[in-house]
Write a protein that binds this ligand. Sequence first.
Ligand code: HSE
Length: 426
Amino acid sequence: MKTLNIGLIGFGTIGSGVVKVLEEKKNELQQKTNCEFRIRAIADKDISSPRCVRVSKDVLTKDVHKILDDPEIDVVIELIGGIHPAKEFVINALKNRKDVITANKALLAEEGEELFRIAAESEKEILFEASVCGGIPIIKTLRQNLFADKIESLSGIVNGTSNYVLSKMEENDWEFEEALAQAKREGIAEADASLDTQGLDSRHKIVILARLIFNANIKLEDIFYQGIENIKLEDLRYAREFGYTIKLLAIAKSFKEGTGGVYVYPALISEKHLLSKVRGAFNALSLKGDVVGELFFYGKGAGMLPTASAVVADLGEIVRSPGYQATRLPVKKAKLKIKKIDELEKSYYIRFLAVDQPGVLAAIAKILGEQGVSIGSVVQKERKEKEIVPIVMMTHYAKEKSVQKALAEIDKLPIVKEKLAIRIEE
Ligand code: HSE
């Protein structure tokens, strides 16, 4: 029987989960692979706090070089997150001829090009199933199972915290702040929750997926992102009246030959679409391949065991297909032309807060009309003379550029106090 010697860097929640799975499933994993997965060393700054698993003291170290410089270690699992020193550890491991498994989406999104180049030069692998949507096996699916397919579109709820916040707003009639406070209390949000709610975490994840989908080295900076912080409870209520819900989506889309679009934004989606049924901190991905057709994935995108499942799956990959190179992100320069957000055409939900007086609607409609934006329906429910009331419009298909231009003009009207446009995803 073979032995795979593992060095684990980061003994937090996910790290403990990996050790737990390797221990509890020892025999099963051995039978499946004819290999013993042996944890030779675990490095962490804190080696004294109790974990959900017990490990021998001899295995624990505060010195990461006991892992990086140990010639007996075959694989380094990096689970500390963040860019530095994770990047240096990964480079060091690759140069010392160890395969690397990581759950670090930020690291791959921001430094992937350099890391995958070093992996190729070192003839070693970086495996990263756990980096996107935790337990949902989307990386291997895109890389291997959908080998025959061109992915025409992928829309995903890839940030559990934002989805939890939007779900709680809807279910409990809460405003954003209240729902976010609850997400923090439940330990769902990142330490810096703005990464979740501003769409940055989703952007890290979709750039990794998009690089696989388009087989191109898409730059993080080329991806438009927008978060959910401006969405109010009333937006969710109006959306529901029109037969929609609001979700933070990460989108990768193929347009005509050689052009692709990668975006993160909140969108109105029909209540009939499966993605609208995804509640709480769950993740989901809806994709369409030109050969396979439509696929839908649903599951836990974070947490100890779902993420550990993905990390251990990568260990299995290393043992089953050494040198397979199936998991590398492309390092070649993108041939893909990225369609910018202002080149899109969509329908829009637009909410204004405006003074309730004659001529307001006409003034708003005039500016939209001048920009060629056609209004499908208008709702103004409240009647509070000379006070601020919400006015909601649903537009027909319109150019993003025209909508943004119109909104900038409308913003100058003293009678308009607030505006919010949300794209409608068909
Ligand atoms: N903050 C992330 C989320 C955790 O809410 O989905 C997993 O990357």
